[in-house]
Design a protein around this ligand. Structure first.
Ligand code: NAD
Length: 296
């Protein structure tokens, strides 16, 4: 397939590598020279002109930081995209921008999919991402073979915006369980309960979650995770804050009571704003909670 790929950052670049390795003809574009240069060893076209990257492509994929970047990109490429082509946004953005973009595209006879991912940079490199997809059956049929190349699990969640809805619901649970798991480790420290013993009990008991058994925030315990690598991301606390902000914005629009989601947002906000928290993995919230417990 002829594919344009816009946004060649931490996630976009390894996703492009997998598409090229599978034989697709990819043209990449990014606003940052360094992002484009990071793919100079790959057999693909790199264009410093966004219109060249989007015109005459069967599919255009974007992997951008936020909704403002997404709307800017879509408005600029819309006039040059081929009728019947498919635009797939893999970024995590707010649902209202996603739906606005889908309408703009569909009005121009272009297929639209929102397809945010879970699995982080490691999953993008290994091709083990989970794709949660919103859009019509016909659009999904175009994107699905590409999702299978870049990921392990693909779930068609529903109509436009359903992929973003699934993503923010999942990450609200993730933020809350990471904080709860970290609070339990801090409490265990105060109760002189060995952290390994807490892990052994909880990871096989009713308090278990992905935050405990797969991505344990306590170093040296459980499978290897960012806590074993000085909390280098992984999935940064600032990205978690971004996703919790998106879920709370959506909850506010719909009047959904999400009190623990709100509390998780406030806890990550404080962490990110207090020094270098934002550049650390989101599981580093344990360090913060444990040091507060010591200081009290
Ligand atoms: P990143 O900042 O590394 O990459 C984003 C890229 O988009 C950058 O290279 C930037 O220069 C480029 N960009 C910004 N505006 C642009 C524009 N107008 N035109 C073209 N390029 C533009 O971010 P990332 O970590 O790759 O994340 C991308 C998206 O994936 C985000 O929405 C993020 O929330 C989501 N996500 C990230 C992770 C992760 O672990 N990093 C996991 C799941 C989802």
């Amino acid at each position: 397939m002829d594919i344009g790929f816009i946004g060649l950052g931490n996630m976009g670049a390894p996703m492009v590598r997998r598409l090229v390795a599978a034989g697709h003809n990819v043209t990449g574009y990014d606003v940052m020279e360094s992002a484009m240069a990071s793919l100079s060893d790959v057999k693909m076209n790199i264009s410093s002109d966004i219109l060249a990257a989007a015109s005459e492509q069967e599919v255009v994929i974007s992997m951008l930081p936020n909704g403002e970047a997404l709307i800017r990109v879509v408005e600029s490429i819309l006039p040059v995209m081929s009728e019947g082509a498919c635009f797939i946004d893999c970024s995590t953005v707010d649902i209202s921008t996603t739906r606005r973009v889908a309408k703009l595209l569909k009005d121009a006879a272009i297929h639209a999919l929102d397809a945010p991912v879970s699995g982080g940079v490691g999953g993008a490199v290994a091709g083990t991402l989970t794709f949660m997809v919103g859009g019509s059956e016909a659009s999904f049929a175009i994107g699905n073979p590409l999702f299978k190349l870049m990921g392990q699990r693909v779930i068609h969640c529903g109509i436009d915006g359903a992929g973003q809805a699934a993503k923010i619901c999942n990450n609200m649970i993730l933020g809350v369980t990471m904080i709860a798991t970290s609070e339990a480790f801090a409490l265990a420290d105060d109760l002189a309960l060995d952290r390994q013993k807490l892990f052994d009990v909880v990871s096989t008991s009713s308090g278990n979650s992905w935050s405990m058994s797969t991505y344990c925030p306590a170093p040296g315990i459980g499978p290897k995770s960012p806590s074993d690598n000085n909390y280098l991301p992984g999935f940064s606390a600032s990205l978690m804050l971004k996703d919790l902000t998106l879920s709370q914005e959506a909850a506010a629009i719909h009047g959904t009571p999400t009190k623990t989601g709100q509390l998780a947002l406030e806890i990550y906000q404080e962490f990110v704003e207090s020094g270098n928290g934002g550049t650390l993995d989101f599981s580093a919230i344990l360090q913060d909670l444990a040091s507060r417990a010591k200081d009290k």
